[in-house]
Design a protein around this ligand. Sequence first.
Ligand code: GN1
Ligand code: MG
Length: 382
Amino acid sequence: EIVQKAIADLKHKNRYPTNLWCTLEEELKSVFNQFEHKNEFESYVELASGHINDTYLIKTDEKPYYVLQRINDGVFKDVPGLINNKISISDHIKDKLSHLPKETLNRRVLSFVKTKTGDKFYKADTNSYWNMTIFIDDSVTFETINNEKVAYEGGKLFGEFLQLTNDFNVSNLIEVIPRFHDMSFRYSQFEDALETASEKRLNKSKPYLTMVENYRAEMHILQSLKESGAIKSRVTHNDTKISNALFDLNNEGLCVIDTDTVMSGIVHYDFGDAIRTICNTATEDETNLDLVAFNKTYYKAYKRGFLEKVESSLSPLEIIYLPLGAKTIIFIMALRFLTDYLNGDVYYKTKYPDHNFDRAKNQFKLLQSFSEKIVQLERESV
Ligand code: GN1
Ligand code: MG
């Protein structure tokens, strides 16, 4: 009973061992061997950049290597549905790119590995869900950008993802997290958190409450356009931070990864989340706010690449509102980090007590810098 309670607590906090009776390495090896492959497990490296799932690079005696991932079923309520989404999108992209030579194609889209029993995922008896993809060799990811080419290539990559999935019937995808980028929902979660927060966390958050309130109307514009049908919903990635793009060793875009949140949405948030991360001169975890600012050069380069690939399937209204997409996504991240801080860190993985608060401050600083620069920037580019 004590163990069950400890696991329940840890699970709630989003940090729980799945199997208490063996080492992580033993667990990974045994899960890896549930999947169809011809390789020997040699070692693993945690890929720790995500805030939700647990992701590991599995090194084997012979290439290819693999990426084994435990899906957080506290956050994702329908894991089989989520995995179906990811696989059908990969299959669709493979079809669209089938003119490419096989080796090139395999570097441009994720390949999922089935289990030995032919299933798309493995559910361990500890109730955790695992899925596996083939690791794309000779590739790099970026947490921050230090050259314009990566910004441009990132734009092309995320733009192309939208273009390639434009003809996919979006009603075939489940809504992985209902109301994921829905502003009213995020405001109401924030308001609930204010009610239950500890006095200490509430007091620390106070300086930001007026700002959150002042942004309310502007931050609902895109949602209204979506709800009225003026902006159409289509397949979107919904988590286009730049670390979810793979590049080759010459900084050319290869493949969009982390397709967990692929579902129906509007293009603005995909445009925006990449901007949020490409144009931040620091990472979202940076605590020295003097280092956090909005980089205009990368904005232009990213937008150019993005439009090059997807402009033909966008309406003039969609294009006009792209910059607001960036502003809205920076704001919604600030709000979500602040909400999780008020809730006592139950959603995102954190490394120290004020981690979520620091992330929120970082995003508010970026929002301020973005707001100062964007009007001039968009004028220059007309
Ligand atoms: C989470 O786990 P990760 O890092 O892929 C979050 C995104 C946030 C991101 C902030 C399902 O993504 O929405 O933008 O953290 N994913 C979910 O870095 O909430
Ligand atoms: Mg993600």
